[in-house]
Design a protein around this ligand. Structure first.
Ligand code: PAF
Length: 282
């Protein structure tokens, strides 16, 4: 039976008790509106740990002033039901006041890694993410924490923050879960119109094209980026905001590809900004 916890005190006392009893904790942070991508992280967490905890918290700190904080889908009851089916033991779902009772006097700043890709489009976003993740890590003290590879930049930054701040936590990247037609699962897919939903399948197809070019020996990033951009522009009505190739996980822009990279896309549809990526091992 999945139990709902809403206060920091109850959550941190419980986590300490679990650890004192010699049990391991797996933790999946989320903002709710759970989809199969989240559920696959929860399945892994339940398999690999004695106790599995998730958080559901729409974190205001990581939304820009013109972003969808107010309208972000909130559906706690439905999420709790889904989580209980994948053996989640506890859901930590605090209010904003509970997580941020006072104005923050100390905030975390992310360096170079937050100045590119999503971070460049969404100033302050990754500062908000690492601040809340840091708080959640301190409250829950998990042994393992699970993050989706769909947000590859977030995963790389959280891994770095975990090392920089000596959290004794293993960060586990979980593969992207896709719809049958290739669209990466995302809570924001609900914002797509029917026509845009059809077009959105070309995001993953364009990444397959990039992989094909790489497999054929193409190592000039500009050539791959141009081909992917042309391909997307010929199939979708949305605005292709960025196609980029960066080393992974250190996030350095690659002109000539060497080593492990990730190719990432960001596309603006009328009400949804979709991102997708593929990590290619060098
Ligand atoms: O990936 C998300 O859903 C959020 O950025 C996270 C990690 C839960 C922090 O609010």
């Amino acid at each position: 039976m999945t139990k709902l916890i809403t206060t920091v005190n109850e959550m941190s006392n419980l986590s300490r008790k679990i650890k004192l009893q010699g049990n391991t904790i797996g933790f999946v942070p989320t903002m709710g509106a759970l989809h199969d991508g989240h559920l696959s992280m929860m399945e892994q967490s339940a398999e690999e740990n004695d106790v599995s905890i998730i958080s559901i918290f729409v974190n205001p700190l990581q939304f820009g002033p013109n972003e969808d904080f107010e309208t972000y889908p909130r559906q706690l009851e439905q999420d709790a039901e889904a989580a209980s089916k994948v053996n989640v033991d506890y859901i930590f779902a605090p209010s904003v006041e509970e997580m941020y009772p006072d104005e923050l006097g100390v905030t975390l700043e992310v360096g170079r890694m937050a100045k590119v890709l999503e971070g460049a489009q969404r100033p302050g976003h990754f500062e908000g993410v690492v601040t809340v993740v840091n708080k959640l890590f301190n409250i829950i003290r998990p042994d393992n924490a699970y993050f989706g590879k769909k947000d590859a930049q977030q995963l790389a930054i959280v891994e770095k923050m975990t090392r920089d701040f000596n959290h004794p936590i293993k960060i586990k990247g979980v593969d992207i879960v896709r719809e049958e037609d290739g669209l990466a699962k995302s809570s924001r897919n609900v914002y797509l119109t029917a026509q845009e939903r059809k077009e959105a399948t070309y995001l993953s197809k364009s990444l397959q094209l990039a992989k094909q070019l790489y497999d054929q020996g193409e190592r000039d990033s500009e050539n791959i980026i141009n081909r992917v951009t042309e391909y997307l522009n010929s199939y979708i009505s949305g605005e292709v905001q960025e196609v980029a190739i960066y080393s992974y996980p250190d996030l350095v822009k690659q002109n000539n590809i060497t080593g492990q990279i990730f190719i990432s896309l960001a596309v603006n549809f009328s009400k949804a900004r979709l991102i997708d990526n593929i990590i290619i091992r060098g």
